[in-house]
Design a protein around this ligand. Structure first.
Ligand SMILES: [Fe+2]
Length: 235
């Protein structure tokens, strides 16, 4: 079993820790989506069709977001790391190959679960729950490596503006649906300052109707307290 990563003792914690981190917000969103989905599958009543369909739909959405996310990292982030640190993205690139295999396996398991009934359905639900738990566990460790080691490689060689530019190119490549799905999970799981920065940038740079749509989503997914803080920060 891999050793637990202790970030407090890690050598990466240097001047790069306070720099803009391209991974932070989307990873917080993914951790929220992964955890919520895993817990939902765990408590799913397999005899309740409505619960089953909702849980399956959420797992499919999660797997699609995970795949889209790793493709963005492969296409935009890893080349930027490899350009300044030879082989710097090798570890997380290799992890991504394994993630795709795990995603395809889970997609097959879901299809089998949908077609099954009776005792077989119960067994498959337990199997999906456990396999999703190891997928989430591996992704948690993987994202911690990206957010520290990969981030340090980027921050030592690029300005915050250059890192934000990489992020903007990723966002520009996404469909509106993909962007909103990401925001749905990022908004409630980043902290108040991060949320205010994220939406402050949108207020300044995005078309008014896009910003209004995102504020509508924020009102839907945030607690009253968090939404109030956001409104005050943006006023
Ligand atoms: Fe990744």
């Amino acid at each position: 079993m891999a050793a637990v990563i202790n970030l407090g003792a890690a050598a990466w914690r240097d001047e790069t820790a306070s720099r803009y981190n391209i991974y932070r917000a989307i990873h917080k969103g993914l951790r929220g989506f992964m955890t919520d989905t895993l817990l939902r599958v765990g408590r799913m009543d397999v005899n309740d069709e409505c619960e089953r369909n909702q849980a399956i739909e959420q797992v499919r959405g999660l797997l699609a977001m995970c795949e889209g996310h790793l493709v963005h990292e492969n296409e935009y982030v890893h080349p930027a790391i490899d350009a300044v640190v030879s082989g710097g993205a090798d570890e997380t690139a290799a992890d991504h190959v394994g993630h795709i295999v795990a995603i395809r396996t889970l997609q097959q398991q879901i299809a089998q679960f949908e077609a099954a009934n009776g005792a077989k359905r119960v067994i498959l639900a337990a199997e999906i729950y456990l396999d999703l738990s190891t997928f989430v566990a591996e992704n948690f460790e993987h994202m911690a490596v990206e957010e520290t080691h990969n981030h340090a490689a980027l921050a030592r060689n690029y300005s915050d503006e250059e890192m934000r530019d990489i992020e903007h190119r990723i966002v520009a490549s996404m469909t509106p649906e993909q962007s909103l799905a990401g925001l749905r999970w990022m908004l409630p799981h980043v902290n108040a300052d991060e949320r205010a920065h994220m939406l402050g940038g949108m207020k300044a740079g995005a078309p008014a109707e896009v910003f209004e749509r995102v504020m509508g989503l924020a009102r839907e997914v945030l607690t009253q307290r968090d939404f109030y803080k956001l409104e005050r920060a943006l006023a």
